[in-house]
Design a protein around this ligand. Sequence first.
Ligand SMILES: CC(C)[C@H](C(=O)O)[C@@H](O)C(=O)O
Ligand code: SF4
Length: 450
Amino acid sequence: MGQTLVEKIWAAHEVEPGLLYVDLHLLHDLGGPLAFEGLKAAGRPVRRPDLTLATADHNVPTDGVTRSAQIDDELSRVQVGLLEAGCAEFGIPLHSMGAPQQGIVHVIGPELGLTQPGMTIVCGDSHTSTHGAFGALAFGIGVSEVEHVLATQCVVQERPRTMRIRYVGDLPFGTTAKDLALHTIGRIGTSGAAGHVVEYAGPAIEALTMEGRMTLCNMTIEAGGRAGLIAPDAMTLDWIDRHGGTVDDARGRLATDGDAEFDREVEIDAREVTPQVTWGTTPEMVAGVLDRVPEPRTEAERRALDYMGLEPGTRLVDVAIDRVFIGSCTNGRLSDLRHAAELIAGRAVAPNVRAMVVPGSMRVRRAAEAEGLDAIFTEAGFEWRGAGCSMCLGMNADTLDPGERCASTSNRNFEGRQGRGGRTHLVSPEMAAAAAVTGHFVDVRDWRRS
Ligand SMILES: CC(C)[C@H](C(=O)O)[C@@H](O)C(=O)O
Ligand code: SF4
């Protein structure tokens, strides 16, 4: 019997049963500092600093501050400072605040040509699955595992179960990878992929750009998956080539064999995807923009509606918003900014809305500026910020006030995620841009036709 892509990568990295060799270890300012403490206490060096790369993203202010010592918030200042000190001590390359390549860890890995097919990639962060877009087996690990990888370049892992989500048909006009991801989670639920590594397949996947594939793989975690990945193709190799990486031939051809078997197979009709808006406090509480806020079926849904301040039966297009956040490792890449800017051009942010764009990396920011996207955004009334996680999780000063309602391109709409009492609606960059202009959700397909 043939093997799945994941089984092939697994077999090529298994040092002994349950122990995987790690090709690339990414660190950020939350997991890194704690792991360094552990290493220091044990008196161990970092085994392969050359296969390790760090960046500051979670705690970084986006208001132009370029040195960790200048961060107002004490905890954030300490965490970024510890990352800087630890990287210097252990010889780990770091893109910290003020560095030209600083950015969200899952944005900079691919952008630097480091993320490649067939690799094992780990990071102390659940959305490491993003890198699976390149045909890598990429997954999040816990802090103690980060320390273990730093010390040994290996990670203890239970063999994951395999799952394939195969899409039938093409994505309809005016819908995006984000809509595909949200629609999928709406179908299978937030534990629909629990314990599995998901391989995405089908014509709708082949037609996605690399950025779209990253968005989809990123959100695998929100369906409970361990990781998500897509077999490499010519587009993958071309993207890596344009970003300065070189891919080994055999790895570039990696794919699931025709007769391989998955533990689970799910089929989803991509033709049914519409622009999606979440109405609740988990990504599975989602509907099409033309739908209404549903009657709650469970206690959790009742609670979610209460928290979100929404009445069942309200049309989603009638829901007014206060804030817009375009950014995050889900949708903070150059093409996301381009798509939002296309809709913004020549229009203005609604008077009662505060909208911000936080590029996923400083490189994305510079590239966007070179194309004049920053001018489009600022002329429309958006704030144009520095790079980082920012309002995706609100660890810096970019947060919602209690009760504020936000159209956000990030991946989690949990209670308090963007600030205590804040209400998050997950959408695509296009939907966020259109909502910024009108002050409520709109069917972006109409705008794209006009
Ligand atoms: C802080 C970090 C560990 C966390 C994650 O693992 O995803 C964060 O990035 C998030 O998105 O909530
Ligand atoms: S952008 Fe958001 S989801 Fe991504 S790593 Fe940062 S906090 Fe996590």
